[in-house]
Write a protein that binds this ligand. Structure first.
Ligand SMILES: NC(=O)c1ccc[n+]([C@@H]2O[C@H](COP(=O)([O-])OP(=O)(O)OC[C@H]3O[C@@H](n4cnc5c(N)ncnc54)[C@H](O)[C@@H]3O)[C@@H](O)[C@H]2O)c1
Length: 477
């Protein structure tokens, strides 16, 4: 029997981690089971007339916990999507939303297709048909179940879903709030596309603010100059790598994609690699970098920070012993299996867990949902107030300048910044930053203060399970 045969499924892996946490908690009888189980999973098979025949597709929408509604979670398109996977992902959504205090239950959906096999027109027809099936059953609904992008989907698919919902619910004034991650001109919010990667950056910045946490990973100093390895240069991995390199001075020394890994000790230009992938379909032949067709080997190279941002289960019993990174931040959902997690913890690696690390997406989705329900541009009210206050400040400063006859001259840039206040993007980023900091501190308090909690994942589970339990208790369960 090889090691992978011993590996639990994704959902079992999440349950193992959940069970490790609840063993340290005192919860009312029956509560553990109530929280752990996935409430319902809907499987749909539907036909679409394509290329002169009918093709049948299989899709899922799992609802893990309805302690708060709507439930929330992305829809992924991938050839091997299955019920176990969407249930694991839905459970992670429950814990993630509780940890970052977005008022949602957990859900997740998937369609078993490889989007690269279809053109845009075909994808639109398939997406609209899948959405129709979910909308009919309130599995897409502004107050019941609100999807978002995930692997293989993006703003384009969300716009089709929103439009499909609007056509089927023409009198629903809140129709736009049925899905998040929409394009800006279709009810989206500034900063949603970058949000998950941005959240990874904010999470790392927060981690590096605490010397003792950095030391627990066997590292020292600042985020600046750290060697970073990223797996998956899609929505999450690209933004995380780009921001860390361009704004925090990190060195991206290895990028792993479907077709292999490229590395360079002096650092890779993330934007140039992205363009290379767009034009050639992969990382191979990227100028000035070493290429290894066995991409998974990239997970094992020496670095300071490893960012798996592609798939679940990539660090498992077969390679965990060889993974050398002292700090791993789970930008993807479930990239480390339960068995690998144990091996890495024993070795002393610090793992910043998925339910926290990639919560930037759902956080900004929450802002978008609120914006859609309030029918007002995000921050519009505050902005007018802010502008009025800043107008006063500029006038006062100018008065001082004239009265004193001194040389104080307000630069045009200063006036522009202060007179126009913060736009939607700045408000979204600061709201996200605040959320990531607060959530980190709630996990960190448990990690530092409880002698029986030795890792951030268990700490994160403790915080979120406690909140979900409190919610169920107050509902009268
Ligand atoms: N999009 C979001 O807002 C969001 C939010 C939270 C969590 N996540 C999680 O982040 C992960 C990535 O999602 P995404 O939205 O960036 O997806 P994406 O489809 O935009 O990107 C995935 C990337 O991984 C690459 N990839 C696929 N298989 C690979 C392999 N075997 N080795 C290396 N690279 C491979 C793909 O080529 C692609 O570039 C998923 O686990 C997802 O659940 C996404």
């Amino acid at each position: 029997m090889n090691n992978t045969a011993l590996e639990p499924s994704f959902r079992q892996s999440v349950d193992i981690m959940f069970n490790r946490a609840v063993a340290l908690m005192e919860l009312p009888p029956g509560m553990v089971e109530k929280i752990r189980v996935c409430n319902a999973t809907y499987t749909v098979r539907f036909g679409v007339r394509l290329r002169g025949g009918i093709q049948t597709f299989t899709g899922y929408r799992a609802v893990h916990s309805e302690h708060m509604e709507p439930v929330k979670g992305g829809i992924r398109y991938a050839g091997n999507v299955n019920q176990d996977e969407v249930e694991a992902l839905a459970a992670l959504m429950t814990y993630k939303c509780a940890l970052v205090q977005t008022p949602f239950g957990g859900s997740k959906g998937g369609l078993a297709i490889d989007p690269r096999d279809y053109n845009e027109e075909e994808l639109e027809r398939i997406t609209r048909r899948f959405a129709y099936e979910l909308i009919k059953r309130d599995l897409i609904h502004p107050s019941q179940n609100v999807p978002a992008p995930d692997m293989g989907t993006g703003a384009r698919e969300m716009a089709w879903i929103a439009d499909q919902y609007r056509r089927m619910n023409t009198t629903d004034i809140n129709a736009r709030a049925c899905v998040t991650g929409k394009p800006l001109n279709a009810g989206g919010i500034a900063g949603r596309v970058e949000a998950t990667g941005r959240g990874v950056q904010y999470a790392l910045r927060e981690f590096f603010r605490y010397k003792e946490d950095v030391a627990k990973a066997g590292l020292s100093g600042k985020l600046e100059g750290k060697r970073v390895v990223v797996q998956g240069l899609g929505n999450v991995g690209y933004h995380a790598a780009k921001f860390l390199a361009e704004e925090d001075g990190c060195r991206v020394t290895c990028i792993i994609e479907r077709d292999g890994a490229i590395s360079s000790e002096t650092g890779l230009d993330v934007e140039a690699v992205r363009q290379h992938i767009v034009s050639t379909g992969g990382v191979k032949d990227f100028p000035g970098a070493d290429y290894n067709a066995d991409g998974a080997k990239g997970l094992e190279v020496e670095c300071d920070i490893l960012i798996p941002a592609a798939l679940e289960g990539v660090i498992n019993l077969t390679n965990a012993e060889s993974v050398k990174a002292p700090l791993i931040i789970e930008a993807a959902n479930g990239p480390i299996t339960a068995g690998a997690d144990e091996i890495l913890r024993k070795r002393g690696a610090v793992i910043i867990p998925d339910m926290y690390a990639n919560a930037g997406g759902v956080t900004v989705s929450y802002f978008e949902w609120v914006k859609n329900l309030s029918h007002i541009r995000f921050g519009r009210m505050e902005r007018r107030q802010e502008e009025a206050r800043h107008q006063l400040l500029v006038e006062e400063l100018e008065k001082v300048q004239t009265q004193g006859g001194n040389n104080l001259v307000l630069s045009e840039n200063f006036k522009k910044q202060y007179l126009h206040g913060a736009g939607e993007l700045e408000l979204v980023r600061s709201g996200l930053d605040d959320t990531m900091r607060e959530a980190y501190q709630s996990m960190q308090a448990v990690w530092h203060e409880r002698g029986d909690v030795n890792d951030l994942r268990t700490a994160a589970y403790l915080v979120s399970i406690q909140r979900v339990a409190a919610s169920y208790s107050s509902m009268g369960l």
